[in-house]
Design a protein around this ligand. Structure first.
Ligand code: NAD
Length: 431
């Protein structure tokens, strides 16, 4: 079986290389020629642990190739995974124009049976539009099936998540499509949930909305802890040990970000309104998340009194550890707010410096490590819980800062130890 991936981003590249690693011949296509040139010359456009080695291995054994010729990718494969971006539009709805464009190219170039699989995150009923588009534009009378196979991988552990998923969801409308997808995923030996296309589309939006809700829930709770003196880490442990709730996604922090939760939440709210059943609870989830970033800025003011002309060291720019992705990263929004208050920002991230430079330009100072960032700073704000920030020499840091203050945006530090060393400490829902 030959497989094509259209859209070679975080999802498409990982999906392509993982299927190639499972023994399938995969052609990855993208309309970004620079990206394809880079990949064809041995480069990797994103940071993801283990990805570079796996891509090299699969290219070497001839199972993985890259092209900017989308038509060729359609013609040479039986199964086509659509992995293009579905960014938010101003009204919160998902921009599905690239999904439509790809569907049209598939229609115009298919010359035999194709299974067209949406892997991009899309609102319910997108599958209907994919089918309509292919039926409208197909030039030859070939059969095809549409299917939905939402992706649940997390950046930073994407390969592991793809190879060992909690479940695989497939939305199909024919036995043939079901058989092909089950065969493709067979080697992973994981529970496969089979439903129709609309069910699969809703499962993806529902999963991300639920996880975002858990994060906003614990963040709102952290603010109650702040007001009362309770420790959110202890509260989260006490709540999370209940198996009906579980401990995952109960870590208070600076808010959720990334290319999925904020966008998918907006899209789910929008589609629910379009369908006449507004999911208003999710609006509150969004509101809490926006508020959380303001709370970080307010805490910085509480620590430093006046922010204007103070130097703030930012540890972490990516929206989570082990990725270079800064899309909707809370760190970026918080930096913008601190800059508006007149602060001077020095920042370091183990992987996201290039992307941050493209986004923030000359507005901030980029440093090579935690120590350079902390030099002459009035406060450190931990934004992303990279391992690099967990083990630092606090004695050294104490001696190079202008004022010893730590705002622990991810609640990872031993507050007592820092206070003993003479640091002012604030966490998110703990002191
Ligand atoms: P991305 O922006 O990293 O990659 C998208 C790729 O599609 C880009 O390389 C772009 O050049 C390419 N592309 C766009 N239009 C194209 C076209 N017409 N023809 C060919 N290529 C085209 O996006 P991503 O993070 O990989 O996300 C892709 C989809 O998967 C989104 O719907 C996203 O919501 C979903 N998703 C993302 C993640 C994640 O962690 N990033 C996880 C699960 C699902």
């Amino acid at each position: 079986m030959k497989l094509s991936i259209i859209g070679v981003g975080y999802v498409g590249l990982v999906t392509g290389v993982c299927f190639a690693n499972l023994g399938i011949e995969v052609l990855c296509a993208d309309n970004d020629e620079k990206k394809i040139d880079l990949l064809n010359n041995g480069g990797i456009p994103i940071y993801e642990p283990g990805l570079e080695e796996l891509v090299k291995k699969c290219i070497a054994n001839g199972r993985l190739a890259f092209t900017s010729d989308i038509k060729k990718a359609v013609k040479t494969s039986e199964v086509i995974f659509i992995c293009v971006g579905t960014p938010p539009r101003d009204d919160g709805s998902a921009d599905l124009s690239e999904i439509e464009k790809v569907s049209k190219v598939i229609a115009e170039n298919m010359d035999s049976y194709k299974l067209v699989v949406e892997k991009s995150t899309v609102p319910v009923e997108t599958g209907e539009w994919v089918k309509k588009t292919i039926n409208t534009f197909k030039s030859k009378n070939c059969e095809f099936d549409a299917a939905s196979n939402p992706e649940f991988l997390r950046e930073g552990s994407a390969i592991e998540d793809f190879m060992k998923p909690d479940r695989i969801v497939i939305g199909v409308e024919s036995k043939k499509a079901e058989k092909i997808l089950k065969e493709l995923y067979g080697p992973l030996d994981t529970k496969i949930v089979v439903t129709n296309i609309k069910g699969a589309e809703i499962i993806k939006h529902a999963s991300n909305s639920f996880l975002a809700t858990k994060i906003s829930f614990i963040n709102a709770l952290s603010n109650i802890c702040d007001k009362t003196g309770a420790d959110i880490n202890a509260v989260a442990e006490g709540v999370g040990l209940d198996k009906r709730i579980n401990k995952h996604f109960l870590k208070a922090g600076v808010g959720f970000g990334g290319s999925c939760f904020p966008k998918d939440l907006k899209a789910f709210i929008h589609i629910s309104e379009t369908l006449g059943h507004p999911f208003d609870m999710l609006k509150e989830v969004e509101k809490i998340n926006e508020m959380q970033k303001d709370i970080v800025v307010r805490k910085a003011i509480d620590m430093l009194w006046n922010i204007k002309d103070k130097t703030i060291a930012i540890w972490g720019l990516a929206f989570k550890p082990n990725t270079d992705d800064i899309r909707s990263s809370p760190a970026i929004d918080i930096i913008e707010s601190l800059l508006k208050e007149g602060a001077k920002i020095k920042a370091f991230d183990p992987a996201a410096m290039e992307k941050a430079k493209n986004r923030l330009g000359e507005k901030i100072i980029y440093c090579k490590d935690v120590y350079e960032t902390a030099e002459d700073a009035d406060c450190i704000i931990l934004m992303t819980e990279w391992n690099e920030f967990k083990e630092v020499n606090w004695n050294k840091i104490k001696n190079i800062m202008a004022q010893c203050a730590v705002l622990d945006g991810r609640n990872i530090y031993d507050s007592e130890k820092l206070k003993e060393l003479g640091f002012k400490y604030m966490g998110m829902g703990r002191r």
